[in-house]
Ligand binder design. Structure first.
Ligand SMILES: Nc1nc2c(c(=O)[nH]1)N[C@H]1C(S)=C(S)[C@@H](COP(=O)(O)O)O[C@H]1N2
Ligand SMILES: [Mo]
Length: 294
């Protein structure tokens, strides 16, 4: 059998992708994704099949049809990668992917995921609470919001112009939302590195908000004293608010949000307030009118 040279890159490629890249013959020598701790924040629900969520994606930089990203993101270069944490922090950070992966123990978090379009999934993410990263940067007292900026390169993302969004894709959270333990800095799913179409190599996951808040392929996290602009809000402010908490009682102007279709299922199910995370997050919005602050 051919001997394999294992480079660090192979570790983050994901076992499945790595084996596929080798093309059949080789088996046991692949470096597995780092082992994951179980989390008490995980759902008991059964996850979707990995195929459900890796072949049906929203990643407008790689095309606007659900089947586009799996094809067009295939050779997206994520090595080397740099993620910066800056703005109103005492200790700005500039991290490589191996540094991100080592910053805190990786956990498996099985979360519900609900897109504003009315489909949903249950996904086992790998990562750790974003708060661990933000704490390392030592937020300064004036910080009230967090702005997220994602990777953009027209050369690698020629289809982005069809998306008619402001690129780079930007998102934002209030600082207390960003520091909530459920808010995840995700580096993997299904026990492997994130596939490119799902936001490799590192993305945000905010499980009680519509999916577009969960920005993919993060390059910059900036603490600010002002509410940051967000791509979908810039495009259509009356349809995509800054908060975008999952809420069956606040219809999208063009459709109801009362129900959703779980990928792989035919019938619809009721949508839950805060995507079922009401107990964990409702206190964040005690002083907010959820009908106005949608
Ligand atoms: N950079 C970037 N991040 C993004 C998007 C995007 O187009 N570009 N789409 C968002 C939307 S609308 C959804 S529903 C989720 C989809 O994540 P998934 O493909 O992993 O299910 O990613 C979000 N993050
Ligand atoms: Mo979405």
């Amino acid at each position: 059998m051919q001997s394999l040279q294992i480079t660090p890159k192979n570790a983050w490629l994901g076992r499945r992708a790595f084996l596929a890249a080798l093309g059949g013959g080789a088996v046991a020598s692949a470096v597995p994704f780092p082992s994951l701790r179980p989390s008490p924040l995980s759902l008991a629900e059964k996850p979707n099949r990995i195929e459900d969520v890796t072949t049906y994606n929203n990643y407008y930089e790689f095309g606007t049809n659900k089947k586009d990203p799996v094809v067009n993101a295939k050779s997206f270069r994520t090595d080397p990668w740099t993620l910066r944490v800056e703005g109103l922090v005492s200790k700005p950070l500039q991290l490589s992917l191996p540094e991100i992966l080592k910053l805190a123990p990786l956990e498996e978090r099985v979360y519900r995921f609900r897109c504003v379009e009315g489909w949903s999934a249950v996904i086992p993410w790998a990562g750790y609470s974003l708060s661990k990263l933000i704490e390392k940067a030592a937020p300064r007292s004036g910080a009230r919001f967090v702005a997220f900026e994602t990777y953009f390169d027209e050369g690698q993302m020629p289809l982005a112009k069809q998306g008619r969004l402001a690129f780079p894709y930007v998102e934002g959270l209030r600082l207390d939302e960003a520091m909530h333990p459920l808010t995840l800095l995700a580096t993997g799913m299904y026990g492997e590195a994130l596939p490119p179409q799902n936001g490799a190599p590192v993305r945000l996951i905010v499980p009680w908000k519509y999916g577009f808040k969960s920005a993919k392929s993060l390059v910059r996290i900036r603490l600010t004293n002002e509410q940051p602009a967000t791509s979908w809000n810039l495009k259509k402010a009356n349809e995509y608010g800054f908060y975008s908490n999952v809420n069956p009682n606040v219809p999208h102007p063009r459709w109801s949000q009362a129900t959703e279709r779980r990928l792989g299922e035919l019938s619809k199910r009721p949508t839950l307030l805060f995507n079922g995370y009401e107990k964990e997050v409702a206190h964040l919005y005690r002083d907010l009118d959820l009908m106005k602050n949608f």
